[in-house]
Design a protein around this ligand. Structure first.
Ligand SMILES: Cc1cc2nc3c(=O)[nH]c(=O)nc-3n(C[C@H](O)[C@H](O)[C@H](O)COP(=O)(O)OP(=O)(O)OC[C@H]3O[C@@H](n4cnc5c(N)ncnc54)[C@H](O)[C@@H]3O)c2cc1C
Length: 318
């Protein structure tokens, strides 16, 4: 890490550490896991000593011993970057109420908090403990706002314009009819998922560029076209993990497409989004949030400004 972030070393922000690991791998200085063929580097904690590891990192030690059979007191830990947080999310206001568009039109009766929501406080990067503030601050603000609303709203405001139980039942049968009761499809959903994973891992990972993102886009579009023909072997109505996996795949394919379209359009590098062909942050053109709208003709992108108050954006230096 001395070559990448000398003042912070391995405690540099995650995007920088991730790029450093992948660079080491690309330049042939990584290790290769025989089983998966994946490249990794070694995280060495041995200099901390057993006492400090037990005091400060007891959970890390336990996880590594349990999952890898390695004791970090004696041996370095194999590591490589993986996604463990979704930047962005449902467009909400400061109190977590869901907004429909660029003009802050509120969606009645709907709030979102936590990793699902995008309050816009974190921007393009996943820094240490984003989730802690999401839990402590927005868990409280959004929970209180939604509860206040539910307790004070007249019944007519909570009325969705019909019998809600019927609407829920209709939506459930739409899902079941669409997926479970159709003729047997030719596509294996797990094969589609595998190809989606591989495509995202190859082209939409730590380093991105135009040609890779275009390749990923056309693959994901093809997979989305194949999706309606997926086969669900399990027709059961209880604890049907096959159905759950297929529903999840549907959402994941759409998420994959919007991530690629957003990344392809954003011709700069910012936070965890790193474009090899546009390695610099470009505040003049890109200091703005991307909004993604579902339309029957495909994704529509729009942008809203970043609200800047006391802390002005500045270049990160480590
Ligand atoms: C390996 C790992 C390490 C992490 N380490 C840290 C860390 O050190 N510090 C930190 O701040 N953050 C960390 N995070 C991130 C943090 O854990 C998450 O951002 C946070 O837990 C998200 O909380 P949430 O309540 O928003 O969502 P979740 O905890 O994901 O809760 C969503 C819930 O909704 C349920 N659900 C989903 N779909 C439905 C449905 N259709 N109907 C009903 N229920 C549904 C799910 O079962 C789940 O219980 C880590 C994440 C990972 C994966």
């Amino acid at each position: 890490m001395k070559n990448y972030a000398p003042s912070r070393m391995e405690l540099a922000p995650r995007d920088i550490v991730s790029r450093s690991i992948v660079t080491e791998c690309l330049q042939g200085r990584g290790f290769v896991d025989e089983e998966s063929g994946l490249c990794y580097v070694l995280l060495d904690l041995r200099h901390l000593g057993e006492e400090k590891i037990n005091k400060r990192l007891p959970m890390i030690r336990e996880i590594v011993i349990k999952t890898l059979g390695i004791d970090p007191v004696d041996e370095p830990i194999p590591v490589r970057p993986a996604m463990h947080y979704m930047m962005g999310g449902v467009h909400v206001d400061l109190y977590g109420q869901v907004m429909l568009d660029e003009d802050k039109t509120k969606v009645p009766n709907l709030w979102a908090a936590g990793e699902a929501a995008n309050v816009s406080v974190h921007g393009a990067n996943r820094l240490g403990s984003n989730s802690l503030s999401e839990c402590l601050v927005w868990g409280r603000l959004t929970g209180a706002a939604a509860a206040r609303y539910a307790m004070s709203a007249p019944d007519s405001m909570l009325d969705y314009g019909g019998d809600i139980a019927t609407k829920v039942a209709n939506e459930e049968s739409r899902i079941f009819n669409k997926l479970l009761h159709k003729e047997v499809g030719a596509e294996n959903p797990y094969a589609i998922r595998e190809e989606m994973n591989r495509t995202m891992d190859t082209y939409v990972y730590v380093f991105r560029d135009k040609s890779g993102l275009e390749e990923a886009y056309s693959t994901i579009k093809r997979l989305r076209e194949r999706f309606p023909n997926v086969r669900i072997e399990d027709k059961g109505r209880y604890y049907n993990t096959n159905l759950r996996d297929v529903l999840e795949l549907d959402f994941l394919l759409e998420q994959a497409e919007l991530i690629i379209v957003g990344a392809l359009t954003r011709t700069e590098s910012r936070g965890a989004h790193y474009r090899l062909d546009y390695p610099k942050r470009d505040d003049a053109n890109w200091l703005k949030h991307t909004l993604y709208f579902y339309t029957t003709d495909g994704p529509r992108l729009s942008y809203v400004p970043v609200r800047i108050t006391r802390w002005k954006p500045e270049e990160r230096k480590y």
